[in-house]
Structures are given as C-alpha cells and as structure tokens.
Design a protein around this ligand. Structure first.
Ligand SMILES: [Zn+2]
Length: 289
C-alpha cells in the first residue's frame, strides 16, 4: 500500500522517541545514535519492534544524524547509516507481520545557513542529498524531515527531498516554543504557509514542548493549514534532575492530551523525546476510538 493512501485515513499513529530510548538501552551520552544501525542493530530493531507491538502505523528510521556535519568524527558514511537505518525498520516491520510504513528520518544539520551561519544552500542540499538517496534506495515509504528549528533549513531540506526523493511523500515537522514560534522567530502561520507552498504532503510539529502546549497551539495550526497535520510532542517540557534531562508526563496523561489533538483534527499522532512504546500503545488505543 503506498504511503499516499494513508492520507485518507482519519488518523495515522507515528512512533515515539528514539534517542531517549537508545540512551536507556545503553547508548553512551554524546555518541551518535545512528552508528548503532551498524554496530548494535539488535537494539535499534528492538525499539522498532516495541513500537510496532504498541500499534504504530509509521516507524521512523534511526537516521536523525546521518549527515556529513553530524558524522564528521565518525567512521561511517552518512549513506551507509541511512541505508542501514531504513533496512532495520523494514526488517522489524516484516518480522512483526503487521502493515506499517517506513519513514526515512532526516534531522537538522546542526549548523546555521547563511547569513546566520557559514553554510551555503548548495552545501546543505548536498548534505541532505546523501541520506535521502540512500534511504530511498533502501526502500523508505516516505521522508520525514523533523526537529527543524530554522525555517530556511527546513525549506532547503524539502527542496532536497523533492529533488532526490524519487517522488516519495514529504512530511516536515518543526520545533516550536510554547508561544508558537521557531527558534528563528517565525510564527506558526508563516511556517505553515511556506511549507505548503514548498509542496510538502503533511506537516506540523515535534519535540520542544509537551502535548499540553500543543493543545494550546492547536487552533492556530487548524486555522491556517490545508494539508494533513502531524504532532509528535515530547513527554512534557524537559526537567533537569541531577544533571540529567527527564520528561515526566506518563503514558496516560500523554494519551489524554493527545486525544484532544486527535479530536481537534490532527492526522498524524506520535511522540518525541521521553515517550516510550507504552505512551504510543495508549495513544494508538485512544486514536482507534
Ligand atoms: Zn525530541
């Protein structure tokens, strides 16, 4: 079933946080999670399997940092990491016997484009090209650009996905403050209009805030969007405890807030940092009601 068929569904359940799950599986702080696609594939596959068992319809590859700027000191090429990441998703889906989609995850480069930084648009397009081509060849069903906090970078990434993504549907989610602005200052309304003009199939927000903050921002998204909306909040706002970042909204409270987003018209529902397969399992149950 092509991914485009899913746009006619009332809701699509995305999976939960990968980075925080890998940290609890023993990934050393500061290490590249993407490298585990090659050095510890069982751990990555197990997280995908848990999200499939929880009822997720979309499984996101562990390829957030599979780009040259984020792998400068690594010994693997971004293309190898991206291809391995998509393969692990497909293997987990096949092993589960379920029907689910493999989303190729593309994260921000970690550098600013000109004039804020030194990165040129040509360089950024080239950096995004590598994981996109490799992930699409490995069999991704859609491209999920996520955790973008700068609008210019998100738009360059959409451009790369259109140029090198073999026509796969492009989804793009950005990270907003509780006041509904990107780090670079643009409000929801400006971002939504720029993304829709750029030709994405669906868009919305992920990371940064919890579901409660998104419930407050929901009317603004619904008022200006014409494409399917996706919301993948963290398990609450980050809290610093004993030198660590923790997320304290549990599965039940999370699912209750997510139900408000579902009934308010959000199509794609999932989680980001601090969410677990338990969060997704409850969310999937509520979305099915
Ligand atoms: Zn996150």
């Amino acid at each position: 079933m092509p991914f485009s068929d899913s746009f006619s569904k009332k809701h699509l359940v995305f999976d939960g946080g990968m980075g925080t799950m890998l940290l609890s599986a023993g990934l050393p702080a500061g290490a590249s999670p993407d490298v585990w696609n090659i050095t510890n594939p069982d751990a990555v596959r197990a997280i995908h399997a848990a999200h499939l068992a929880a009822g997720a319809d979309v499984i996101t590859s562990n390829t957030f940092g599979s780009t040259v700027p984020r792998q400068k000191r690594g010994s693997y090429k971004p293309a190898e990491l991206a291809a391995a990441g998509v393969r692990l998703v497909k293997e987990a889906i096949q092993a589960s016997g379920k029907t689910a989609y493999a989303a190729l995850d593309i994260g921000p480069l970690g550098e600013f484009l000109e004039p804020l930084g030194d990165l040129t648009e040509e360089e950024a397009l080239d950096y995004f090209r590598e994981p996109i081509e490799a992930g699409v060849s490995a069999g991704a069903d859609c491209i999920l650009i996520e955790t973008m906090s700068a609008l210019d970078e998100a738009l360059v990434c959409v451009k790369a996905a259109k140029a090198y993504g073999s026509g796969l549907p492009i989804l793009c989610t950005l990270t907003y403050s509780p006041a509904g602005r990107l780090m670079t200052g643009e409000p929801i309304e400006a971002v939504v209009s720029a993304l829709e003009e750029a030709g994405v199939s669906g868009h919305g927000c992920n990371c940064g805030v919890g579901p409660e903050q998104l419930v407050a921002l929901l009317p603004r998204f619904v008022a200006c969007a014409t494409k399917p909306l996706i919301m993948q909040p963290n398990a609450g706002l980050p809290v610093y405890q004993d030198g660590q970042t923790v997320y304290l909204v549990g599965p039940e409270a999370f699912a209750v807030e997510m139900q408000q987003l579902a009934s308010g018209g959000i199509w794609g529902l999932g989680g980001c940092c601090g969410t677990t397969p338990e969060h997704i399992a409850l969310l999937a149950r509520l979305a099915a009601e």
